[in-house]
Every structure is written in C-alpha cells, then in structure tokens.
Design a protein around this ligand. Structure first.
Ligand code: HEM
Length: 86
C-alpha cells in the first residue's frame, strides 16, 4: 500500500529534522506527497511515539537492509527493495 521505508528514508533523510517531519506525517499523513498511492490511515498517537516510529522508518529499517545484504543469497538479491511497500 505505502512506499518502502527505504524510499521514504531517501526522500526525507536521517536528520533529527527529518524524524520530526516524518513523525508529524505518521500522525497526519499527506497522501498528496505520494501521488497515485492509496491513502495511509492517520495514527492518533503521542508525538514521542510517532518520533520513535519515524526513527525506525528512516534509520533502523535501513540498517537492517544493509546487514541483510551481507548474507549470501539474501532476499535483497531477489527483490528490488526500492519496489517494496509497507
Ligand atoms: C506504524 C504503521 C505505519 C507507519 C510508521 C507508516 C509510515 C509511513 C510514512 C512515514 C509515510 C510517508 C508519508 C509522507 O511522505 O507523506 C507513509 C506513507 C504511506 N503509507 Fe504508511 N505507515 C504505517 C502504516 C500504514 C498502513 C496500515 C497503511 C495502509 C493500510 C499505510 C499506507 C501508506 C500509504 C498508501 C502511503 C503513501 C500515501 C500517503 O501518505 O497517504 N501505512 N507511511
């Protein structure tokens, strides 16, 4: 349904400012940022929790991708992670 975390991370970066921007988008998504995709449901959660999720989307999920790439025959060899969805 939604863009891959890698794509989101590429678009916004990994700065503290990016974490704050994306946290606000998790609480109140802006579907116009991703034309052609479905609408993400808004999450009525505290800002601190949204920031923790944003940190995962922008930073932690990317770390997981690079460590997977080190293993032989990883799923990343088969799947194009830019084409993945969340
Ligand atoms: C903890 C759960 C989730 C997190 C952390 C999350 C995170 C994000 C983020 C950061 C974006 C980019 C927002 C932007 O650039 O404006 C996004 C977009 C999107 N997400 Fe999610 N998402 C979650 C759950 C979901 C669910 C449950 C769905 C659908 C059932 C969904 C569908 C989408 C779609 C369609 C987009 C692109 C269009 C839009 O922003 O409305 N997401 N999501």
């Amino acid at each position: 349904m939604g863009p891959s975390f890698k794509e989101i991370s590429k678009r916004y970066g990994q700065s503290e400012r990016a974490v704050e921007t994306v946290a606000k988008l998790i609480i109140k998504p802006k579907p116009e940022n991703w034309p052609g995709m479905a609408y993400m449901p808004p999450y009525d959660i505290p800002y601190d929790e949204a920031k923790a999720l944003a940190r995962y989307v922008l930073i932690e999920s990317i770390k997981n991708l690079s460590s997977q790439n080190k293993t032989e025959d990883s799923i990343e060899d088969i799947l194009d992670d830019d084409a993945q969805f969340h």
